[in-house]
Design a protein around this ligand. Structure first.
Ligand SMILES: [Zn+2]
Length: 259
């Protein structure tokens, strides 16, 4: 039995080259009216050059990349970085408040750069897929609490809305109103019913103004379709709530000038 059968998932096609993936992604952005896309990775500068209005430059790194805080400061200036993310201490088996990350949190607060942190469970079967250091427990959203207390001016959003830690996620959102979440990846990776239950809890608890749509499409531009549809087709959301998730909340959080 293959991995797909074990996981009971549909297939999504990628592209044969980096260039095809980029152009397919731009096509999907146009098709689904995605005006701005926070983008990170080794091809980020190429994407930004090809689509300067649509791409928001973001810096993603792990401790194993050995980029010192000083280097991060230099890269932010050099590449006009507007967001740090995604940060993925969980992939290194570390909680969000691991001491090794402290200088980077301090830098983000100082430079007033929003940070997106991966707090969830990573790819299904991640450990067997080669992410040897990944640990579910390190993704607990409450691990972020010490960081927030230490850096009250830090702007941070929890990627993948911390799935499946719903109670802890609500706890964090309730106590720390500056925290936002995005619903990237879970909006196309999870079975629809589970995604609906999770999003319903977030909205039902009163946090509809702090949820941002995202794709986390990686190398699968076509996943954007499913990621949009799962929100668009949600009968439990009002049109106003959908507009907040798709647009208004991100404009506010990233302080986007949309004129
Ligand atoms: Zn992630």
């Amino acid at each position: 039995m293959g991995f797909n059968e074990l996981l009971n998932c549909d297939e999504v096609i990628s592209g044969a080259t980096d260039s095809i993936i980029m152009h397919k992604s731009f096509q999907m952005m146009k098709k689904y009216n995605i005006i701005k896309a926070v983008t990170s990775g080794s091809k980020m500068n190429e994407w930004k050059k090809a689509n300067p209005d649509g791409i928001i430059s973001s810096l993603m790194f792990l401790l194993s990349d050995k980029i010192s805080p000083d280097s991060v400061r230099t890269i932010i200036k050099r590449d006009s970085i507007k967001v740090i993310g995604e940060l993925g201490p969980q992939y290194e088996g570390l909680p969000a408040d691991a001491p090794a990350y402290e200088p980077y949190w301090a830098l983000a607060e100082e430079l007033e750069i929003p940070v997106g942190i991966h707090l969830a469970t990573g790819p299904p079967g991640g450990f067997l897929m080669g992410f040897k250091a990944i640990r579910g427990a390190a993704g607990n959203p409450l691990n972020l609490e010490n960081v927030l207390v230490k850096h009250p001016k830090l702007k941070v959003y929890v990627m993948h809305a911390g799935w499946p830690w719903i109670d802890n996620m609500l706890n964090l959102l309730y106590l720390h109103p500056q925290v936002y979440v995005d619903i990237s990846y879970i909006n196309y990776m999870l079975p629809k019913e589970e995604f609906s239950l999770y999003l319903k809890r977030l909205v039902g608890a009163g946090f509809g103004k702090r949820i941002m749509w995202g794709s986390d499409q990686m190398i699968w531009p076509e996943s954007i379709k499913a990621a949009v549809e799962s929100v668009k087709s949600a009968k439990y959301l009002t049109e106003v709530q959908k507009k907040d998730i798709f647009y208004n909340n991100a404009v506010r959080f990233f302080n986007l000038n949309m004129n």
